[in-house]
Design a protein around this ligand. Sequence first.
Ligand code: NAD
Length: 251
Amino acid sequence: MSAQDFAGLTAIVTGGAAGIGLATATLLAERGARVAVFDRDVSTVAEPFIGIQADVTDRASVDAGVARAAELLGGIDIVINNAGIGAIGNVEANDDAEWARVLDVNVVGIARVTRAALPWLRTSQAAAIVNTCSIAALNGLPDRALYSASKGAVYALTLAMATDHVREGIRVNCVSPGTVGTAWVDRLLEKAENPDAERAALEARQAIGRLVAPEEVANAIAYLASPLAGSTTGTALDVDGGVSHLRVRPV
Ligand code: NAD
């Protein structure tokens, strides 16, 4: 990829104020895109980004935010549907309200943002959507029933949207990160009895012996969003340090 792969293009990144989303927004901007960061908390969002306070579970704020982004950016070529929340436990662990809450953010949120952005994507010559999925979609992870169900739906939704919009020139792909070193993981480790030991154990469980860096996920998202991936649609790109497919001896 080169420094100006996104010259003249505009992008929305949901959940762009932190973690994978922030790394992606930063990379797209560095490569020439004008970027609107969509987040429920935009207090830390600064230049060169346009911060748009929007909650992907709130249709009115999504519709208004997408319209505002299109106005300020002068259109929308790229949508990165990255906002997501976690849930821990087996199928007994979360009540119906929690199931509804997580699915609303992780799955319906993608539908809401995409629905609002499609009119602008249809007028773009470089339209692309990238959804942030997870290795939880296609691997049986312990104690992640609700989260896995939500990401399985993200994978299926990616294929459905790719199919429905391919003849409109809109590509739709997803990335499936493994365990990424963001605040998300910090929050999980904080709850452990010995966070340092837990982090070391987590790193040792990764085939590559370390967590995935948010910038590595951002690079995969940027590739799929860029015109370089013009013939790629309906795919999931694993950025998981090999854990989905490699059987590496434990260290
Ligand atoms: P993070 O918690 O560091 O950042 C998530 C961002 O999304 C935050 O800025 C948060 O404010 C925003 N957000 C959450 N709910 C929102 C809502 N309803 N509306 C608007 N914004 C909202 O998380 P992260 O680790 O960067 O994860 C980003 C995505 O990557 C998620 O979809 C997550 O499921 C996925 N993922 C993360 C990992 C990991 O190990 N960190 C692994 C696989 C997949």
